[in-house]
Design a protein around this ligand. Structure first.
Ligand code: IMP
Ligand code: MG
Length: 181
C-alpha cells in the first residue's frame, strides 16, 4: 500500500525542493564564512530539510537538535510551546541558525528565539523551508526561506499529519478523506 494514494496533489516536487535547498546552502555558505555556525534543527519536522541543507553548506559547521511542542494532533495552533528535548551543548558565543520546517503562526519560533537569546548566543537567524504568511500571529520574519505557500495544510519532506507522511519526498496536500478518518 503506497502512502502516495492519500495525496491529493503535489505542491512542491523533488526537483524544485533540491534546487532551492542548494541555493539556500550557497547563501548560507557565503553569509557564515567567518562565523562559528551551529545549525539547530527543530525536531521532527526539520529533519529531512536539514539533512539535505547541511550537505549544501560548505563550512565546518556543527549541529544540534531541539524538540518543542506547539501543535497537538490536529491542524490548528495551540500557541503553547513546551521544550520536549533541549539542546545537548552550550550555545554561548555561537552563531545559531535555527532550521524549521514551516513558519505558520510564528508562535513556536518567537518563543524559541527569546529563550535561546537569553542563553548568550552571538547571533540567531532563522531558516524555514516553508512560509505561510497568511497565518502569522507573532512578530517574526525569516532570514532564509524556501517557499511561500498558501494557507493550506501540507505534509511531506519532514512535515506530518498525525506523525505520518514525513517520509514523502515532496510537499503535498492530503485528500480530504484522510482528515475525516
Ligand atoms: P507555528 O507556531 O504556528 O508557527 O507552528 C509551527 C509548527 O506547526 C511547524 O513547525 C509544524 O510542525 C506545524 N505546522 C504548521 N503548519 C503545518 C502544515 O501545514 N503541515 C504540517 N505541520 C504544520
Ligand atoms: Mg515543527
Amino acid at each position: 500500500m503506497k502512502i502516495e494514494k492519500d495525496v491529493e496533489r503535489v505542491l512542491i516536487g523533488e526537483k524544485e525542493l533540491s534546487d532551492r535547498v542548494r541555493e539556500l546552502g550557497a547563501r548560507i555558505t557565503k553569509d557564515y564564512a567567518d562565523k562559528d555556525l551551529l545549525l539547530v534543527g527543530i525536531l521532527k519536522g526539520s529533519v529531512v530539510f536539514m539533512a539535505d541543507l547541511m550537505k549544501a553548506v560548505d563550512l565546518p559547521l556543527t549541529t544540534d537538535f531541539m524538540a518543542v511542542s506547539s501543535y497537538g494532533s490536529g491542524t490548528t495552533s495551540s500557541g503553547h510551546v513546551k521544550i520536549i528535548k533541549d539542546l545537548s551543548n552550550d550555545i554561548a558565543g555561537k552563531d545559531l541558525l535555527i532550521i524549521e520546517d514551516i513558519l505558520d503562526s510564528g508562535n513556536t519560533l518567537s518563543h524559541l528565539v527569546k529563550m535561546l537569546n537569553s542563553r548568550g548566543a552571538k547571533s540567531i537567524r532563522i531558516c524555514a523551508l516553508l512560509n505561510k504568511p497568511d497565518r502569522r500571529q507573532a512578530d517574526i520574519t525569516l532570514d532564509y526561506e524556501g517557499f511561500i505557500i498558501p494557507d493550506e495544510f501540507v505534509v511531506g519532506y519532514g512535515l506530518d499529519y498525525n506523525e505520518k507522511y514525513r517520509n514523502l519526498p515532496f510537499v503535498g496536500v492530503l485528500k480530504e478523506e484522510v482528515y475525516r478518518k
